[in-house]
Design a protein around this ligand. Structure first.
Ligand code: ZN
Length: 327
């Protein structure tokens, strides 16, 4: 996929294009950023552009070289990942890669190697890479992908140019999901819960999401009636582990954004599948109260992220919401 087809990361891509134009790309990079934000796509686009015979600063996307890169079968690209039954990337894999990289490229102007996730290289493997990073044989380019560059040995980091990728904005995730064939309302909800990661958006199973949405709505309508006991039922059933709680809170935030839109008299909402239930919630709340609930949800989300007790944080939030409901 050429740079031109990558969504987001405009500044990073502009820098790459300029360095390709001036022949100033580095030999060794660390791409740091959340899983599923486009690091690997960008790494492959960079290699594709460096390999493409007709590239000025971006791959043409149609020549045999570009098609091989896109089809994952270019003989001069080496992708190093943990072997299927292993957690770490072992030293043997790195040695083999180094032997390969030292050979003359088959057809490309140089060899390329992508290591992911780079933080899973064993210490021995990482140490064996130092010399290659310093002086890659035959002008090879080596790209390490990691969620957090601080997890790499400082000696590795200092030999590479570190490029930081931001999470994808929700509107980009939504667009990508729609390109994958998902309908707008589901794409919009998943995009808000995906933390800027396409991979996470795809992992959040749509059916499971629908079940959770119903459960949350059921509890919300009980809370809406101001029943204190309903608070504890709700947090009991919705808390789960930290990740599940964060998903629930994202969903809640997305509901209340819609409720705010409805109370403000704007008909446009994201969760169209549950519009009647949201309209009922909106009728019971003033705009001020709805804004307050949304801000309480965000505060709870931050607390849960900072390791607060999940159950207590939700108790506290639902309690505040019950009080809002009785006004
Ligand atoms: Zn090409």
């Amino acid at each position: 996929m050429p740079f031109a087809d990558i969504l987001g990361h405009e500044r990073i891509i502009e820098v790459f294009r300029r360095s390709i134009r001036y022949g100033k790309t580095s030999h060794s990079y660390v791409f740091e950023g959340p899983i599923g934000c486009g690091r690997r796509k960008t790494a492959l686009a960079l290699v594709q552009a460096l390999f493409c015979p007709s590239a000025d600063d971006d791959a043409c996307g149609v020549c045999p070289s570009c098609r091989k890169v896109a089809g994952n079968n270019h003989a001069d690209i080496h992708i190093i990942e943990p072997l299927p039954d292993k957690r770490d990337i072992g030293i043997e894999q790195l040695r083999e890669m180094q032997r390969e990289v030292a050979l003359r490229p088959y057809e490309a102007p140089r060899k390329a190697c992508i290591i992911e996730p780079a933080e899973r290289m064993s210490v021995n493997a990482a140490n064996s890479l130092l010399k290659t990073l310093e002086e890659p044989p035959g002008n090879a380019i080596i790209i390490l992908l990691t969620e957090n560059a601080d997890m790499l040995l400082p000696t590795i980091r200092s030999r590479c140019q570190v490029v930081r990728f931001a999470p994808l904005p929700p509107e980009h995730v939504k667009l990508l999901l729609e390109r994958n064939g998902m309908e707008g309302a589901s794409a919009a909800l998943l995009a808000q819960m995906a933390d800027g990661s396409m991979q996470r958006a795809l992992e959040l199973d749509d059916d499971e999401l629908a079940v959770r949405r119903e459960l949350l709505l059921k509890h919300l309508s009980a809370i809406d009636l101001g029943r204190i006991a309903s608070v504890f039922d709700a947090s009991e059933e919705l808390a789960g582990n930290r990740d599940e709680a964060l998903e629930t809170l994202d969903m809640l935030l997305s509901f209340y954004r819609d409720v705010i839109h409805l109370t403000a008299g704007c008909g446009e909402i994201i969760n169209t599948a549950i519009r009647p239930a949201l309209e009922t919630l909106a009728r019971g709340l003033s705009l001020d109260r709805a804004l307050q609930v949304a801000s309480d949800v965000m505060e709870t989300r931050r607390a849960v992220q900072r390791n607060a007790n999940v159950k207590l944080a939700l108790d506290h939030l639902f309690m505040k919401m019950t009080v809002s409901a009785t006004y």
